[in-house]
Structures are given as C-alpha cells and as structure tokens.
Design a binder for this molecule. Structure first.
Ligand SMILES: Nc1ncnc2c1ncn2[C@@H]1O[C@H](COP(=O)(O)OP(=O)(O)OP(=O)(O)O)[C@@H](O)[C@H]1O
Length: 613
C-alpha cells in the first residue's frame, strides 16, 4: 500500500528546506496569521497594487517596494533572478527560504508546502454567494464569432472566499452527529457511486445503528498527515469495506485558526460527485474530532509515482492520460464555482483502478458561477471543419452520457442543472439535432471569470505570478498551475524552481519559460505549456473559456473525453492486502483516535502510538 510519502521527505525537497525546519511534521503548509492590514474588498482594484506579502512593512518599505514592483512589472524578461532579487529583495519577507507572514514570527515551511495568507476581508464576504451556481443555457448563436472566439458567460461570478456558515458545529457539541444522513450526501445524489458497495455498507450500518461514529471503524494505519488533520486507512468494522478517514482535532483547529479551512474542505467534499474527485461517504463529529470518511486511494500520489519512473518523468502518453483526467476534474470544480488553487502532483492520488483522484480542498476558493451552454454558429462551423467524428448523439447532452460514439471536444459532465429545461424545449432540441445529424454539441463554458481573491495561497513552485504580485487572482491561477503540473510530469521538474522559495518566486514573476533539452517532448506539449504559462492571466490559455479551450488543444488530440474513465491507465497499483495489516487487539478505535495529535505535534508519542493499531 502506498501512502503519500510526503514531499517533505524526498531528497530534492529536503534541500529546499531550511535547517531549522522540522522535516517530520506537517510543515508543508505554513499557517501564518492573516495580515491585519489587508486592503478592504471594497477598495478599487488596481493592477499594480502593493502585494499582500509587502503590506505589513513600514510605509517606507511599502513605497519603495511599490516602486520596485513597478520596475519588476516592466523588467526585461531576460533579467536574472539575482538582479530581480537585488531590486526587490526586502519587499518579500522571506528569510532563509522561510516565508515569513507579515505580522507574524518566522514559521517553518516544508518544501512544496502550500502557503496561505488569507484576507479577512475576503472571508467576511463569504456568505454572499456560495452555492449560487446556476446554469444558463443560451443559444448564443454567433456570440463566439462576435467576440473573436471568446464565449461570453453571463459573467455573474463574484468573489466569495470560503466562509462562515451555519453548517459548522463548533466544538461545543459532544454528540455524535452523522451528517451523511442528510440528503446531500445520499447516493441518490451521487450517481457515480450509486452502485458502490461502500455506500451500501454505510447505509446498512446506519439503518441498524442510527448515526455513524468512530466506534464503527477500525483504524488500521496512518496514511499521512496534512496541516489540518491526519488520514487513516480504516475499515467499516466487519464489512471489509475500506476508507480513508481524515481525523481533525477540533480544539487544535480552533486554536490554530484552521476551522474555516476544515469547513471549506468538508463543504466542498459534500458537494462533489465526479469520477476523478473524492467521494465523501460520511462525516461525523465526536466531542473532540471531526471525521471525514472518503474513498481510499491505494496508489499513492503522482509525485511519488513520478519518482519511480525512469528519469523521474512520465512518458508523454502517461502524462496525457493523467492531465486529461485532472483537467476534467478541474472543469467540474470550476463549473461548481470552486477554484482549486493547490494543484501539484502530491495532491493527485491514484485510485485502485489506476485512475486519478484530485484531493485536498482546504485552500480552495468558492465563488458564484453561471455555467453556460453556448451553441453558436461559429462553434458549429468550426466543429464541422475540425472533426468528422463529432458526437451527434442527442443523449450526449445529458449528464450521465457515456455514448461510445461521443468524442465531442466538450464535456459530458454537463451540469444537472441543464435538465431543468422544460421537456418541451428538450424535445424540440433533440428533434433539431437529430434532424441536422451533424450538429456539434453546444460548448459548455463554466469558467468563473469574475472571481477575485487577494489571498496568498498555493505552493511556491506552483504559484501564479498574479498571486505573488498580489494583484488579485481568479480562476486563471488554476490554468497556470495546470501548466506547471504538465511541465513537471513531462520533464521531472518545475520550470521556475530556484535555489530556495525566495528565488523561485522571483523566477516565476521575472524569468521566461524555458524547456530543457531532454527529455524530448512533442511540439504540441510544449505549445500547450507555453499557452498556459503566460504570465499575464488575461492572455493565458483558458482565461475566458476555461477547460473547453484546453481540451481543444492538439496535445489532447485523440483523447476520448467522454470515455476516459474507461481507458486503460498507465499503471495500476498492486492490490492492497488489507488482511495483512496488523492491528493490535487492545486498542479501540475511539481510544486510539483520542491519542491523535495534530500535525504540528507529529513526532510526539501520540503519533507513534497511533501509527498502527
Ligand atoms: N483518500 C486517500 N487515500 C489515500 N491516502 C490519502 C487519501 N487522502 C489523503 N491521503 C494521504 O494522507 C495525506 C494527508 O492528506 P491531507 O489531505 O490531510 O493532507 P495534505 O494533502 O497535506 O493537505 P492539508 O495540509 O491541506 O490537510 C496525504 O498526503 C495522502 O498521502
């Protein structure tokens, strides 16, 4: 079985860490205190505003940094990172590769650790629009032509950071509450899992005992730990159904101001139903712990898998498969108004069938979005020119479509919301399409283009320039990280990595994209990376039309988007012999769980006790 060995322990990651860092603990994610003097959300957005990372310095520094930033913005792309560092040095508070959040003392940051300097102002706005997703089917004929290829969504996407909501039950309750009894978690609403034995096992226990709790699970092995909790391989006792259970200590979350992150992750997980995203089978609270029961991925993560490849990079064929699946997952997230913000190989897990599962949503940003189905003359004509194999099955506009003939360059994971169209409308549409026989599918535009966040969130090597510069960022950051991800899988390294975090950030902002001479990578792959790693977000591929734009890139030629989950994965993990995992008889799950420390206590006796039981 492969747990995600952390990036923290791989040799090239360790080199980046500063001497004082704990390499054992969960140092991947710093938990800086959010700066107190963040600009208000109501302030007008100015492109060259002072980056958040500079805002807690003296006014003198801020002024000079502001000037430095402007210089940087116009800097010759060929300028070396050292030159930039000289100009820019004091502005970013990075000491010895440790990112020091403004207004807080130095905190250790693990290599490839995700960083988060949230803006309180953003968080306050959170109640405004979460869950406002609404789909609009627009016939928009000609709209693409009129806007030179840029489809217009209805543009109703406003910033909403993961926010306070009445859903979180603070640590005051000692009752076991099993939220999976609520309809939002029932398999009825998760069509991809309706045949799943694990659902049935969970339902059977619930029918027998009422709510689920820790006492229903046998925790077998710790799989890994993150910033807000630890993940355990668990068996629903007596069922031989295995899960990954994330256990979070509520008091520790509260004291470390991580409640919001935990809540964000839970709410997002609850809303997902997609083959390449985690299924949350149940969630329950005990007096001390908040537990998320998810699908277990025995294949480890793509970072670990990459290290095992000859040359530490994947073949282009394998890369195409993995990134295509990630792209579909990201498309779905954007359609739900979720900007992921933390794509990296460490967060892409491999399921038992070799397909991927994108994990880790606590840094995601939620915003309102209006997915729009655009059927335009332009798309039709272009579609006809491009491919004779376009899907003409009317059924393909339904969410569950897996018609073998469907090779349309658009998703079949269309939002359920579209089915809200009246039967009459549907009928006439179907008639028309059958009549035409050659009509391409309407194009789904699900990009939350107006979302804005000022948070400093992500992983150094993957941070988009607009995040580093503090210009405010939106969904385009996911397409930047997608470009870095593609590059790393193909070349075995990220493009802007410097000798430390500080140098990396300067490289991201100021260095041009370069490709190594080896391994040899196709022109199409490099062209796609070039399109994605454009420093100005508004010129970046997918800025306007999201995943739809990327899916049409020649790199993905031949990918059957609708059937990719039936395609053979590059590698299938060895089956896990669950029975051979030794569980000491004496400890009950509940007791052992009580011994769980939070990640920053890793290495303490508590953790050792809890490793296997
Ligand atoms: N569903 C899963 N199946 C198998 N292993 C998992 C699963 N989910 C998480 N893990 C393992 O547990 C580790 C911790 O996961 P977790 O999501 O808590 O931490 P993380 O990815 O570091 O994120 P964060 O710091 O935001 O909590 C992961 O690194 C991974 O190795």
């Amino acid at each position: 079985m492969s747990s995600k060995p952390s990036a923290r322990t791989s040799p090239d990651r360790l080199r980046k860490a500063s001497g004082s860092q704990s390499l054992e603990g969960n140092t991947r994610r710093p938990s800086p205190t959010p700066p107190t003097n963040k600009p208000s959300r109501t302030e007008p957005f100015t492109p060259n505003r002072i980056p958040p990372s500079m805002q807690n310095f003296s006014s003198k520094q801020v002024v000079s940094d502001s000037v430095a930033e402007k210089k940087l913005l116009h800097a010759n792309q060929k300028e070396s990172s050292n030159d930039l560092a000289d100009k820019f040095g004091p502005s970013l508070s990075l000491a010895d590769d440790k990112l020091v959040p403004p207004g807080s003392s130095a905190q250790s940051i693990g290599t490839r650790g995700s960083v988060e300097f949230g803006s309180e102002d953003e968080k306050k706005t959170s109640e405004q629009g979460v869950g406002l997703s609404s789909a609009k089917v627009s016939d928009g004929a000609g709209s693409l032509a009129k806007t030179s290829g840029s489809a217009k969504t209805s543009g109703r996407a406003e910033f909403v950071e993961s926010g306070k909501s009445s859903m979180y039950r603070a640590s005051t309750s000692s009752d076991v509450s099993d939220e999976s009894t609520c309809s939002s978690l029932s398999s009825v609403n998760k069509p991809h899992k309706s045949q799943d034995l694990r659902w049935e096992a969970i339902q059977a226990v619930r029918a027998r005992d009422g709510a689920l709790g820790l006492n229903h699970f046998r925790l077998l092995k710790r799989l890994g730990c993150g910033d807000i909790g630890s993940v355990y391989l668990s068996e629903l006792t007596g069922t031989k159904c295995y899960f990954a259970m994330k256990v979070m200590d509520k008091a520790s979350l509260a004291s470390r101001k991580k409640l919001l992150r935990a809540q964000t992750e839970r709410e997002i997980l609850q809303s997902l139903d997609h083959p390449f995203l985690p299924t949350l089978y149940t969630h329950f609270e005990t007096e001390k712990f908040s537990c998320l029961v998810m699908e277990f991925c025995p294949g480890g993560d793509l970072h670990t898998l990459r290290q095992r490849q000859p040359g530490k990079y994947f073949t282009e064929q394998a890369v195409k498969f993995y990134v295509a699946e990630v792209l579909l997952a990201m498309e779905y997230l954007h359609m739900l108004g979720i900007i992921y913000r933390d794509l990296k190989p460490e967060n892409v897990l491999v399921r038992e069938d070799g397909h991927i599962m994108l994990s880790d949503f606590d840094l995601s940003l939620r915003c309102a979005v209006s997915p729009t189905l655009v059927k335009s003359a332009a798309v039709e004509n272009e579609g006809l020119k491009k491919s004779s194999g376009y899907c003409v099955q009317p059924a393909c506009i339904e969410p569950s479509c897996i018609q073998p003939s469907c090779v349309a360059p658009t998703t079949c994971f269309t939002p359920r919301l579209f089915s809200s169209k009246s039967k009459k409308e549907k009928k006439s549409k179907t008639k028309n399409e059958v009549g035409n026989q050659v009509s391409p599918l309407p194009e789904l535009i699900a990009e939350p283009t107006s979302a804005r966040s000022m948070s400093f969130v992500g992983t150094h090597e993957y941070l988009a320039p607009e995040i580093i510069k503090g210009e405010g960022h939106g969904s385009a950051v996911d397409w930047w990280t997608f470009g870095i991800f593609l590059y790393e899988l193909l070349f075995g390294k990220t493009p802007f990595k410097g000798s430390g975090n500080r140098a990396t950030l300067f490289n991201v902002v100021g260095q041009p994209l370069r490709f190594p001479e080896s391994p040899a990578v196709s022109f199409q792959a490099r062209d796609l990376i070039r399109g994605l790693l454009v420093k100005e977000p508004q010129h970046r591929l997918a800025y306007k039309r999201g995943a739809t734009e990327i899916k049409q890139h020649p790199f993905f030629e031949g990918v059957n988007w609708a059937l990719i989950r039936c395609a053979s994965p590059p590698e299938i993990p060895r089956p896990v012999e669950f029975e051979r995992i030794r569980v000491p008889p004496a400890s009950s799950s509940e007791k052992a769980a009580m011994a769980v420390g939070m990640p920053d206590q890793k290495g303490s006796d508590n953790y050792l006790e809890f490793d296997f039981f």
